[in-house]
Ligand binder design. Structure first.
Ligand SMILES: CC(C)(COP(=O)(O)OP(=O)(O)OC[C@H]1O[C@@H](n2cnc3c(N)ncnc32)[C@H](O)[C@@H]1OP(=O)(O)O)[C@@H](O)C(=O)NCCC(=O)NCCS
Length: 180
């Protein structure tokens, strides 16, 4: 397949049988994004804590959690992880959904997959009566900061991500959703 060939892309909600694939996909995107220098114990701990099959199965079993998955030719290539009812920092909004993760495999980036997953997340959140979709992005993740700004998200403060005891500054982004 040439890298510019149009993608056959379909989106759907995850099912329990996706847990292993979601964990492996999450591991790959996490390492590509946050481990450019390689692996150290802290990074290994973070991956095992969040992307083991058990961890993803537990998330899939939580009523507040939904994954939208992007599939191409029978393979998962990205996902959006959504948390219903998660209150954003610095806001009193109660009817909000957090975009906890938006992950696209590196070789499929810049081809519209992130945008499709984000739009589907907004549609899902609005149809679940949310008035806001919000997320946090690490200040060192320039691509993600540019992506969310280009998609109409506005900065709504700062927060800190506790990475196995190391603290990293994150930006909060939010978008008000049109009611459905
Ligand atoms: C950030 C991410 C989700 C974007 O997904 P993507 O599939 O690459 O983005 P798309 O192809 O849908 O791009 C949509 C828009 O984002 C912007 N964009 C995409 N890549 C960009 C880049 N490298 N630099 C600046 N803007 C970019 C463009 O405005 C683009 O608009 P266009 O369609 O008019 O060209 C993806 O790169 C990713 O998964 N990265 C690794 C994990 C990560 O950082 N997740 C976010 C953590 S908060």
């Amino acid at each position: 397949m040439s890298p510019t060939a149009p993608l056959e892309l379909s989106l759907r909600l995850a099912i329990p049988a996706d847990a292993r694939s979601l964990g492996v996909l999450g591991t790959q995107v996490f390492l590509d994004t946050y481990a450019p220098q390689g692996i150290r114990p802290l990074i290994a701990d973070e991956v095992i804590e969040h992307f083991s099959t058990d961890a993803i199965e537990r998330l899939l079993a939580q009523p507040a959690t939904t994954f939208v998955v992007a599939e191409s030719a029978g393979h998962l290539i990205g996902f959006a992880q959504l948390t219903r009812g998660a209150k954003p920092p610095h806001s009193e909004a109660v009817d909000a959904v957090e975009l906890a993760r938006l992950y696209v495999l590196e070789r499929f980036t810049s081809r519209g997959v992130g945008k499709r997953l984000l739009h589907e997340s907004e549609r899902w959140a609005a149809s679940n009566h949310a008035m806001m979709l919000w997320l946090t992005a690490w200040i060192g993740n320039a691509r993600a900061l540019a992506f969310y700004a280009a998609q109409g998200y506005t900065e709504a403060g700062k927060t800190v991500y506790d990475f196995q005891g190391e603290l990293y500054e994150n930006r909060v982004f939010a978008k008000t959703l049109a009611p459905r």
